[in-house]
Design a protein around this ligand. Sequence first.
Ligand code: NAD
Ligand code: TYD
Length: 359
Amino acid sequence: MRTYLVTGGAGFIGSNYIHYMFEKYGDEIRIINVDALTYAGNPENLKSIENRDNYTFIKANICDRAAISKIFEENDIDRVVHFAAESHVDRSIKDPGVFVQTNVLGTAVMLDCARAAWEKDGVYPEGKKFLHVSTDEVYGSLPEGDGYFYETTPYAPHSPYSASKAGSDMLVRAYMDTYHFPANITNCSNNYGPFQFPEKLIPLMINNALSGKKLPVYGDGKNVRDWLYVADHAKAIDMVQEKGRLFETYNVGGHNEKQNIEIVTIIIDTLLEILPDSDPRKANVSRDLITYVEDRKGHDRRYAIAPDKIKKEIGWEPDTMFKDGIKLTIKWYLENEEWMKNVTSGDYQKYYEEMYRNR
Ligand code: NAD
Ligand code: TYD
């Protein structure tokens, strides 16, 4: 039985990936999920699978070398899928230190421990693979309506978040070049779907609209992001480990560019369409809630992925079109009010007030 070590599996994409893998492979695989359970890690995301015999959760920080090497010593790990990271740009602008710590140093620990467990006299046993989950934000910003990010696009990160992810990508590249370390890097565009923490655009707007709070659109609202349904990202990661060439980088994206203001209006219109008149939340939802606020510092104008390589070499294509994915996502949040209540109680209030006070 193949054993996966997943880091950050209690977060948004990691938990969706774990669900995807168990749905696809059932009892054929074993997953060990290592997560520090920061504000972004939520064991509730994995409630439906937590009692499986082939699933183990370990609470540990990826910067804790002793804890991570112990996991490798006690388990014969075949695949590492490394999601764990600080992931929110606005938080990185306020407090960059923890981004360097987790994203750069934590990745270095993961690479070291995997290499120590796997390498013998410069050779790695067949089948051992490390996949580093990264972002298209490492490539910087594109001009409006012109060009795409390719795997060959030079790195030009602007935020502390993207700079720390670029640093971690470079470390993975260095391990591949120096030690022949068996890895892949995937650089994916913005994800959306169930279990996303409401500090990010889509769940924040859904949550605010339902409670009649203003919808804070940064700057002129015309920044463009390239949105991908999260299950399609999970599928891409699995396909890269199954069919990709080792040592290669693959860009992942579904050609779905939208301005932020378009996203916000789609959310409002979809909520009004889906919510029955009898639902008291419907009365709160209105385009009048849209409020243009102070722009994000260093705000990247446009992201757009060219997914040609992963399509051509591996045959990956997204299954979910945005018009369907956004409905699925909104329905999920409507049906999981309790999840939203739990994650927005306590510290979230403080975060929200601090982050949006002057906006
Ligand atoms: P997330 O913030 O929802 O989840 C991150 C998870 O990592 C949480 O469970 C958290 O507890 C855990 N974690 C954080 N620091 C840790 C540490 N030091 N040790 C152990 N665990 C720790 O993030 P996400 O949106 O699911 O992103 C996952 C990965 O995918 C990240 O590497 C991110 O850079 C990348 N990515 C995200 C997107 C996106 O749109 N969200 C797009 C492309 C790539
Ligand atoms: P976000 O979800 O934080 O992802 P990223 O910055 O990693 O792309 O933001 C997506 C876009 O939405 C980005 O251009 C910033 C913008 N945005 C707002 O306009 N208002 C908000 O409250 C948030 C959180 C984001």
